[in-house]
Design a protein around this ligand. Structure first.
Ligand code: SF4
Length: 286
């Protein structure tokens, strides 16, 4: 008998065995483990194949559950920005939003923070001040702008007739980057939607960004602070101005004068908006 004849006989025996097994057990065949184990290379390829059995399709259709245990939905906010599909996006007030997000662990800063720093002030403020991230003092107290820079910010606001409690003060990031390093792009990407929601709920008439990073993050531009300071920007329908971060003024007192000039313009623009005398060309006026 040749090798071919041997193989044909083996194949015929196998087919007969499988037919018998099918008759006995239906589709569930009893075969040895060696016969069903897939070589490792094939297992790798298998993982990349689309899932196509009916059972798995049913599993894929099931709703996903997010970090708060609710059904995921993709929402657009009033600024036409895509919120992540998470339940906090439906928070109806500033305190409820705080409750929903203050245990956030979406980025690594959750592991190094002492306190989550949501922001503070009037939840219906006409003016929102946005910085980049909490510093050491803010991290320790869980409040924004409470160190020396924060005291200077309070004075700057008072110099243009705003009480601190009358405005809302917050940051792009809600947790402190270690050693006050600059926020990383992926941290901003994860955290910034919380700020969008804050702005959506507060609905301010005007925004003041303090520092280059806050300005660049909100405006999505790569301009220097010197350039951003020179004009009034439009943040999705809300006038926005950029000036120095108070901490930078502490390091460079020579910048206090130009900052004072910036905030004078900011107050003037605010008065125009309040008085509804806002020139439609306001962006080129300053
Ligand atoms: S920085 Fe923002 S995204 Fe990161 S853990 Fe804190 S709250 Fe969450």
């Amino acid at each position: 008998m040749s090798l071919d004849d041997d193989l044909k006989a083996l194949l015929s025996d196998t087919q007969r065995f499988l037919r018998q097994q099918a008759e006995l057990y239906g589709d569930s065949l009893l075969v040895s483990r060696a016969a069903v184990e897939t070589p490792k290379e094939e297992q790798i390829i298998e993982k990349e194949k689309p899932i196509s059995t009916d059972k798995n399709l049913t599993m894929l259709r099931e709703p996903e559950i997010d970090m708060f245990g609710d059904t995921k939905k993709v929402n657009k906010n009033k600024f036409n920005l895509d919120y992540p599909a998470e339940s906090w996006t439906s928070a109806a007030s500033i305190p409820l939003l705080n409750q929903a997000i203050n245990t956030c662990t979406k980025c690594g800063l959750s592991g190094t923070r002492t306190n989550f720093v949501f922001g503070a002030g009037n939840p219906k403020a006409e003016v929102v001040v946005v910085g980049e991230a909490p510093g050491a003092e803010e991290d320790a107290q869980g409040e924004p702008f409470v160190g020396r820079g924060g005291q200077l910010l309070t004075k700057i606001l008072e110099s243009i007739h705003f009480k601190r409690e009358e405005v809302f003060i917050c940051n792009i990031l809600k947790c402190r980057p270690p050693n006050n390093r600059d926020p990383q792009p992926e941290e901003v990407e994860l955290c910034e939607p919380y700020l969008w929601k804050q702005l959506e709920l507060i609905n301010p008439k005007i925004i003041l960004c303090v520092g280059r990073i806050a300005g660049q993050s909100l405006l999505k531009i790569n301009a220097s602070l010197a350039v951003m300071r020179t004009k009034v920007h439009d943040y999705r329908g809300i006038p926005l101005m950029v000036t120095f971060h108070p901490a930078a003024l502490l390091r460079n007192p020579n910048w206090k004068r130009p900052c004072w000039e910036d905030v004078q313009k900011f107050r003037k623009l605010y008065e125009e908006i309040k008085g509804k005398n806002l020139n439609p060309n306001y962006k080129s006026q300053y």
